[in-house]
Design a protein around this ligand. Structure first.
Ligand code: SF4
Length: 378
Protein backbone atom coordinates (compact mmCIF):
# COMPACT_ATOMS: atom_id res chain seq x y z
CA UNK A 1 0.00 0.00 0.00
CA UNK A 2 1.29 3.49 -0.89
CA UNK A 3 2.51 5.57 2.06
CA UNK A 4 0.10 8.34 3.01
CA UNK A 5 1.79 11.69 2.55
CA UNK A 6 2.11 13.97 5.59
CA UNK A 7 0.08 17.16 5.26
CA UNK A 8 2.58 19.81 6.32
CA UNK A 9 -0.29 22.18 7.10
CA UNK A 10 -1.01 19.94 10.09
CA UNK A 11 2.41 20.59 11.63
CA UNK A 12 3.63 23.33 13.95
CA UNK A 13 7.16 24.68 13.61
CA UNK A 14 8.55 22.18 16.14
CA UNK A 15 6.80 19.32 14.38
CA UNK A 16 8.13 20.46 11.00
CA UNK A 17 11.62 20.40 12.48
CA UNK A 18 11.05 16.84 13.71
CA UNK A 19 9.66 15.90 10.29
CA UNK A 20 12.69 17.16 8.34
CA UNK A 21 15.02 15.54 10.85
CA UNK A 22 13.26 12.24 10.17
CA UNK A 23 14.30 12.82 6.54
CA UNK A 24 17.94 13.34 7.62
CA UNK A 25 17.84 17.10 7.16
CA UNK A 26 19.03 19.76 9.62
CA UNK A 27 16.48 21.46 11.90
CA UNK A 28 16.65 24.83 10.13
CA UNK A 29 15.10 23.25 7.02
CA UNK A 30 11.88 22.83 9.03
CA UNK A 31 11.82 26.54 9.82
CA UNK A 32 12.52 27.33 6.16
CA UNK A 33 9.60 25.14 5.16
CA UNK A 34 7.27 26.97 7.54
CA UNK A 35 8.22 30.31 5.98
CA UNK A 36 7.71 28.99 2.43
CA UNK A 37 4.30 27.61 3.26
CA UNK A 38 2.87 30.60 5.14
CA UNK A 39 4.97 33.69 4.48
CA UNK A 40 5.41 33.01 0.76
CA UNK A 41 2.16 31.05 0.41
CA UNK A 42 3.88 28.48 -1.82
CA UNK A 43 1.98 25.23 -2.43
CA UNK A 44 4.47 23.54 -4.77
CA UNK A 45 7.77 22.15 -3.45
CA UNK A 46 9.42 22.82 -6.82
CA UNK A 47 9.15 26.57 -6.15
CA UNK A 48 11.07 26.43 -2.85
CA UNK A 49 14.18 27.75 -4.50
CA UNK A 50 16.59 27.73 -1.55
CA UNK A 51 16.04 24.03 -0.84
CA UNK A 52 18.30 21.53 -2.60
CA UNK A 53 16.62 19.90 -5.59
CA UNK A 54 17.12 16.41 -4.10
CA UNK A 55 15.41 17.48 -0.87
CA UNK A 56 12.48 18.95 -2.81
CA UNK A 57 12.08 15.59 -4.56
CA UNK A 58 12.15 13.77 -1.21
CA UNK A 59 9.55 16.20 0.14
CA UNK A 60 7.27 15.66 -2.84
CA UNK A 61 7.52 11.93 -2.22
CA UNK A 62 6.64 12.06 1.49
CA UNK A 63 4.66 15.24 2.04
CA UNK A 64 1.92 17.45 0.68
CA UNK A 65 0.44 20.86 1.47
CA UNK A 66 -3.33 20.87 1.50
CA UNK A 67 -5.35 23.93 0.52
CA UNK A 68 -8.98 24.91 0.04
CA UNK A 69 -9.75 25.55 -3.59
CA UNK A 70 -12.75 27.16 -5.22
CA UNK A 71 -14.71 28.27 -2.16
CA UNK A 72 -18.36 29.16 -2.57
CA UNK A 73 -18.58 32.87 -1.92
CA UNK A 74 -21.50 35.11 -1.01
CA UNK A 75 -21.08 38.83 -0.49
CA UNK A 76 -23.49 40.58 1.84
CA UNK A 77 -25.00 44.00 1.23
CA UNK A 78 -23.04 45.19 4.27
CA UNK A 79 -19.70 44.05 2.79
CA UNK A 80 -19.17 40.90 4.83
CA UNK A 81 -18.26 37.83 2.83
CA UNK A 82 -19.23 34.24 3.57
CA UNK A 83 -16.95 31.45 2.33
CA UNK A 84 -18.11 27.85 2.03
CA UNK A 85 -15.22 25.38 1.98
CA UNK A 86 -15.60 21.80 0.85
CA UNK A 87 -13.72 19.24 2.98
CA UNK A 88 -12.17 16.02 1.65
CA UNK A 89 -15.01 13.92 3.10
CA UNK A 90 -17.72 16.03 1.45
CA UNK A 91 -18.76 18.15 4.43
CA UNK A 92 -18.71 21.89 4.18
CA UNK A 93 -17.67 24.52 6.66
CA UNK A 94 -18.02 28.26 6.64
CA UNK A 95 -15.90 31.28 7.47
CA UNK A 96 -17.04 34.88 7.44
CA UNK A 97 -14.93 37.92 6.64
CA UNK A 98 -16.11 41.11 8.32
CA UNK A 99 -14.47 44.28 7.03
CA UNK A 100 -14.77 47.34 9.25
CA UNK A 101 -13.14 50.74 9.08
CA UNK A 102 -10.21 49.95 11.36
CA UNK A 103 -9.96 46.19 11.04
CA UNK A 104 -10.83 43.18 8.95
CA UNK A 105 -11.91 40.21 11.04
CA UNK A 106 -12.10 36.62 9.88
CA UNK A 107 -14.49 34.40 11.80
CA UNK A 108 -13.35 30.78 11.46
CA UNK A 109 -14.96 27.41 12.18
CA UNK A 110 -13.45 24.76 14.42
CA UNK A 111 -15.84 21.82 13.95
CA UNK A 112 -18.36 20.46 11.46
CA UNK A 113 -21.56 21.14 13.38
CA UNK A 114 -21.52 21.50 17.14
CA UNK A 115 -22.43 19.29 20.09
CA UNK A 116 -23.32 22.09 22.47
CA UNK A 117 -26.90 22.48 21.33
CA UNK A 118 -27.44 26.13 22.26
CA UNK A 119 -31.11 26.66 21.50
CA UNK A 120 -30.73 29.99 19.71
CA UNK A 121 -28.10 28.69 17.26
CA UNK A 122 -28.58 27.03 13.88
CA UNK A 123 -25.18 25.33 14.04
CA UNK A 124 -26.28 23.80 17.35
CA UNK A 125 -29.34 22.45 15.55
CA UNK A 126 -27.13 20.48 13.17
CA UNK A 127 -25.59 18.33 15.87
CA UNK A 128 -21.93 17.35 15.93
CA UNK A 129 -20.21 15.66 13.01
CA UNK A 130 -16.49 15.92 13.62
CA UNK A 131 -13.61 18.12 14.69
CA UNK A 132 -11.65 20.03 12.10
CA UNK A 133 -7.99 19.10 11.95
CA UNK A 134 -5.31 21.78 12.21
CA UNK A 135 -4.92 22.10 8.44
CA UNK A 136 -8.66 22.59 8.01
CA UNK A 137 -8.58 25.42 10.55
CA UNK A 138 -5.47 27.03 9.07
CA UNK A 139 -6.58 26.64 5.46
CA UNK A 140 -9.62 28.86 6.11
CA UNK A 141 -7.21 31.70 6.89
CA UNK A 142 -4.87 30.90 3.97
CA UNK A 143 -7.72 30.68 1.46
CA UNK A 144 -9.28 33.98 2.54
CA UNK A 145 -5.88 35.67 2.54
CA UNK A 146 -5.28 34.42 -1.03
CA UNK A 147 -8.77 35.53 -2.07
CA UNK A 148 -8.11 39.02 -0.73
CA UNK A 149 -4.81 39.17 -2.61
CA UNK A 150 -6.52 38.09 -5.84
CA UNK A 151 -9.35 40.59 -5.25
CA UNK A 152 -6.87 43.44 -5.22
CA UNK A 153 -6.15 42.79 -8.86
CA UNK A 154 -9.67 41.92 -9.96
CA UNK A 155 -12.26 44.32 -11.30
CA UNK A 156 -14.73 43.54 -8.53
CA UNK A 157 -13.18 45.16 -5.47
CA UNK A 158 -14.33 44.66 -1.91
CA UNK A 159 -13.75 47.05 0.95
CA UNK A 160 -11.76 44.33 2.73
CA UNK A 161 -7.97 44.65 2.67
CA UNK A 162 -5.97 42.28 4.82
CA UNK A 163 -7.03 39.98 7.64
CA UNK A 164 -6.16 41.82 10.85
CA UNK A 165 -8.08 39.80 13.43
CA UNK A 166 -9.18 36.20 13.80
CA UNK A 167 -12.12 35.11 15.91
CA UNK A 168 -13.03 31.49 16.59
CA UNK A 169 -16.76 32.13 16.54
CA UNK A 170 -17.80 30.18 13.44
CA UNK A 171 -19.22 26.67 13.42
CA UNK A 172 -18.37 24.61 16.46
CA UNK A 173 -17.11 25.01 20.00
CA UNK A 174 -13.34 25.59 19.64
CA UNK A 175 -12.54 24.47 23.19
CA UNK A 176 -14.12 21.08 22.46
CA UNK A 177 -11.34 20.62 19.87
CA UNK A 178 -8.27 21.52 21.94
CA UNK A 179 -5.99 18.95 20.26
CA UNK A 180 -6.28 20.86 17.01
CA UNK A 181 -7.01 24.34 18.33
CA UNK A 182 -3.75 24.74 20.28
CA UNK A 183 -1.43 23.72 17.41
CA UNK A 184 -3.50 25.83 14.99
CA UNK A 185 -3.04 28.83 17.31
CA UNK A 186 0.71 28.14 17.31
CA UNK A 187 0.81 28.17 13.50
CA UNK A 188 -1.30 31.34 13.35
CA UNK A 189 0.98 33.19 15.76
CA UNK A 190 4.42 31.80 14.81
CA UNK A 191 6.61 34.50 13.29
CA UNK A 192 7.50 32.34 10.29
CA UNK A 193 3.93 31.08 10.20
CA UNK A 194 0.96 33.38 9.65
CA UNK A 195 2.49 35.83 12.14
CA UNK A 196 -0.76 37.13 13.61
CA UNK A 197 -0.39 38.73 17.01
CA UNK A 198 -2.13 36.72 19.77
CA UNK A 199 -3.68 40.01 20.88
CA UNK A 200 -5.62 39.96 17.62
CA UNK A 201 -6.96 36.45 18.09
CA UNK A 202 -10.08 35.69 20.11
CA UNK A 203 -11.29 32.25 21.07
CA UNK A 204 -14.94 32.08 21.99
CA UNK A 205 -16.49 29.47 24.24
CA UNK A 206 -19.94 28.60 25.47
CA UNK A 207 -18.30 27.86 28.83
CA UNK A 208 -16.21 24.66 28.94
CA UNK A 209 -14.49 25.44 32.22
CA UNK A 210 -11.53 22.99 32.31
CA UNK A 211 -10.64 23.79 28.71
CA UNK A 212 -10.80 27.54 29.41
CA UNK A 213 -8.21 27.08 32.10
CA UNK A 214 -6.10 24.91 29.81
CA UNK A 215 -6.24 27.55 27.07
CA UNK A 216 -5.10 30.14 29.60
CA UNK A 217 -2.17 28.01 30.74
CA UNK A 218 -1.06 26.82 27.29
CA UNK A 219 -1.22 30.10 25.38
CA UNK A 220 -0.05 33.62 25.95
CA UNK A 221 -2.16 36.69 25.32
CA UNK A 222 -4.96 34.99 23.36
CA UNK A 223 -8.26 36.80 24.02
CA UNK A 224 -11.14 34.91 25.51
CA UNK A 225 -14.80 35.53 24.67
CA UNK A 226 -17.49 33.84 26.73
CA UNK A 227 -21.06 33.39 25.53
CA UNK A 228 -23.02 34.22 28.64
CA UNK A 229 -26.54 35.13 27.48
CA UNK A 230 -28.16 35.00 30.93
CA UNK A 231 -27.67 36.20 34.49
CA UNK A 232 -29.23 33.22 36.28
CA UNK A 233 -28.78 29.48 35.98
CA UNK A 234 -32.39 28.64 35.17
CA UNK A 235 -32.44 30.92 32.13
CA UNK A 236 -28.94 29.98 31.00
CA UNK A 237 -29.65 26.26 31.27
CA UNK A 238 -32.78 26.78 29.20
CA UNK A 239 -30.75 28.49 26.48
CA UNK A 240 -27.48 26.58 26.77
CA UNK A 241 -27.36 22.95 27.95
CA UNK A 242 -23.67 23.38 28.84
CA UNK A 243 -24.80 25.40 31.87
CA UNK A 244 -26.09 22.23 33.54
CA UNK A 245 -22.50 20.98 33.58
CA UNK A 246 -20.75 24.27 34.30
CA UNK A 247 -23.14 26.67 36.03
CA UNK A 248 -22.61 30.42 36.11
CA UNK A 249 -20.67 30.56 39.41
CA UNK A 250 -18.15 27.99 38.19
CA UNK A 251 -17.90 29.67 34.79
CA UNK A 252 -17.26 33.10 36.27
CA UNK A 253 -14.68 31.67 38.67
CA UNK A 254 -12.81 30.31 35.65
CA UNK A 255 -13.04 33.77 34.05
CA UNK A 256 -11.53 35.34 37.18
CA UNK A 257 -8.67 32.84 36.93
CA UNK A 258 -8.05 33.26 33.20
CA UNK A 259 -4.58 34.83 32.89
CA UNK A 260 -4.86 38.28 31.35
CA UNK A 261 -2.35 40.98 30.61
CA UNK A 262 -2.85 44.40 32.20
CA UNK A 263 -5.11 45.89 29.56
CA UNK A 264 -6.71 42.68 28.38
CA UNK A 265 -10.42 42.10 28.99
CA UNK A 266 -12.64 39.04 28.76
CA UNK A 267 -15.40 39.67 26.24
CA UNK A 268 -18.82 38.52 27.41
CA UNK A 269 -21.22 37.91 24.55
CA UNK A 270 -24.84 38.47 25.46
CA UNK A 271 -27.59 37.81 22.92
CA UNK A 272 -30.75 39.63 23.88
CA UNK A 273 -33.92 37.58 23.51
CA UNK A 274 -37.20 39.44 23.93
CA UNK A 275 -38.94 38.64 27.22
CA UNK A 276 -36.31 36.06 28.22
CA UNK A 277 -33.08 37.79 29.24
CA UNK A 278 -33.58 41.47 28.40
CA UNK A 279 -35.23 42.98 31.51
CA UNK A 280 -33.86 45.85 33.64
CA UNK A 281 -33.61 43.47 36.56
CA UNK A 282 -31.48 41.06 34.51
CA UNK A 283 -29.16 43.89 33.44
CA UNK A 284 -28.68 44.87 37.09
CA UNK A 285 -28.04 41.24 38.08
CA UNK A 286 -25.48 40.95 35.30
CA UNK A 287 -23.71 44.10 36.48
CA UNK A 288 -23.47 42.57 39.94
CA UNK A 289 -22.23 39.18 38.69
CA UNK A 290 -19.38 40.59 36.61
CA UNK A 291 -18.30 43.28 39.05
CA UNK A 292 -14.85 41.87 39.85
CA UNK A 293 -13.93 40.57 36.36
CA UNK A 294 -11.97 42.83 33.97
CA UNK A 295 -14.31 42.59 31.00
CA UNK A 296 -16.21 44.13 28.12
CA UNK A 297 -19.73 43.23 27.15
CA UNK A 298 -21.04 42.76 23.63
CA UNK A 299 -24.81 42.96 23.28
CA UNK A 300 -26.28 41.27 20.24
CA UNK A 301 -29.88 41.13 19.16
CA UNK A 302 -31.18 37.67 18.37
CA UNK A 303 -30.83 36.79 14.67
CA UNK A 304 -34.28 35.53 13.94
CA UNK A 305 -32.96 33.22 11.19
CA UNK A 306 -31.14 31.08 13.76
CA UNK A 307 -32.28 28.69 16.47
CA UNK A 308 -35.76 28.15 17.85
CA UNK A 309 -38.63 30.07 16.30
CA UNK A 310 -40.01 31.17 19.69
CA UNK A 311 -37.05 33.51 20.16
CA UNK A 312 -37.48 37.10 19.07
CA UNK A 313 -35.14 40.07 19.14
CA UNK A 314 -36.18 42.87 21.50
CA UNK A 315 -37.07 46.34 20.23
CA UNK A 316 -34.09 48.65 19.87
CA UNK A 317 -35.07 50.89 22.80
CA UNK A 318 -34.94 47.82 25.07
CA UNK A 319 -31.43 47.06 23.86
CA UNK A 320 -30.41 50.67 24.55
CA UNK A 321 -31.96 50.54 28.02
CA UNK A 322 -30.10 47.27 28.81
CA UNK A 323 -26.88 48.89 27.65
CA UNK A 324 -27.50 52.03 29.73
CA UNK A 325 -27.93 50.07 32.96
CA UNK A 326 -24.64 48.30 32.38
CA UNK A 327 -22.88 51.49 31.33
CA UNK A 328 -24.14 53.24 34.45
CA UNK A 329 -22.45 50.44 36.38
CA UNK A 330 -19.18 51.41 34.61
CA UNK A 331 -18.93 48.60 32.06
CA UNK A 332 -17.73 49.02 28.48
CA UNK A 333 -20.77 47.81 26.59
CA UNK A 334 -21.07 47.63 22.82
CA UNK A 335 -24.11 46.94 20.74
CA UNK A 336 -22.90 44.73 17.94
CA UNK A 337 -24.66 45.09 14.64
CA UNK A 338 -25.36 41.75 13.04
CA UNK A 339 -23.27 41.48 9.93
CA UNK A 340 -24.12 39.33 6.93
CA UNK A 341 -27.67 38.46 8.00
CA UNK A 342 -28.86 38.59 4.34
CA UNK A 343 -26.43 35.77 3.44
CA UNK A 344 -27.01 33.74 6.64
CA UNK A 345 -23.55 34.65 7.86
CA UNK A 346 -24.54 36.35 11.10
CA UNK A 347 -23.97 34.87 14.56
CA UNK A 348 -25.91 31.68 15.10
CA UNK A 349 -26.77 31.35 11.41
CA UNK A 350 -23.87 29.27 10.11
CA UNK A 351 -25.31 25.95 9.10
CA UNK A 352 -22.95 24.31 6.68
CA UNK A 353 -23.63 22.78 3.34
CA UNK A 354 -27.41 22.81 3.49
CA UNK A 355 -27.25 26.46 2.40
CA UNK A 356 -25.31 25.64 -0.71
CA UNK A 357 -26.95 22.41 -1.86
CA UNK A 358 -28.74 23.13 -5.10
CA UNK A 359 -31.97 21.21 -4.55
CA UNK A 360 -34.23 20.19 -1.72
CA UNK A 361 -33.23 16.50 -1.77
CA UNK A 362 -29.56 17.35 -1.54
CA UNK A 363 -30.27 19.74 1.31
CA UNK A 364 -32.09 17.03 3.22
CA UNK A 365 -29.42 14.44 2.42
CA UNK A 366 -26.70 16.75 3.71
CA UNK A 367 -28.68 17.59 6.84
CA UNK A 368 -29.33 13.90 7.54
CA UNK A 369 -25.69 13.08 6.98
CA UNK A 370 -24.66 15.74 9.45
CA UNK A 371 -27.21 14.69 12.02
CA UNK A 372 -26.16 11.04 11.91
CA UNK A 373 -23.29 11.62 14.28
CA UNK A 374 -24.33 11.68 17.91
CA UNK A 375 -23.26 14.62 20.02
CA UNK A 376 -20.57 13.89 22.54
CA UNK A 377 -21.68 14.05 26.14
CA UNK A 378 -20.69 17.26 27.86
FE1 SF4 B 1 -22.13 25.57 19.30
FE2 SF4 B 1 -21.51 28.17 19.56
FE3 SF4 B 1 -23.79 27.44 18.37
FE4 SF4 B 1 -23.52 27.08 21.01
S1 SF4 B 1 -23.54 29.04 19.92
S2 SF4 B 1 -24.36 25.58 19.54
S3 SF4 B 1 -21.34 26.56 21.13
S4 SF4 B 1 -21.73 27.01 17.63
Amino acid sequence: MAEEKTDLKNLTQDELVEFVESLDQPAFRGRQLLAWIYKAGITDFAQMSDLAKEFRLVLAEHARMSSFNGPLIEVSRDGSVKFGFSLDDGYMIESVLIPEEDRCTLCVSSQVGCAMGCHFCLTGDMGFTRNLNRAEIINQVCAVRDWLLAEKTSAEKTSAKKISNIVFMGMGEPLANMDNLLPALAILTEQRGLNISPRRITVSTCGLVPQMLELGSQTNNINLAVSLHAADDATRSRLMPVNQRYPITELLDACRNYPQKKRQRIMFEYTLLAGINDSDETARKLAELLSDIPCKINLLSMNEGGGEKEFRSPPHDRVLRFQKILRDANYSVFIRQSRGADISAACGQLASSADYADDADKKQEKKDKQKMHPSFAI
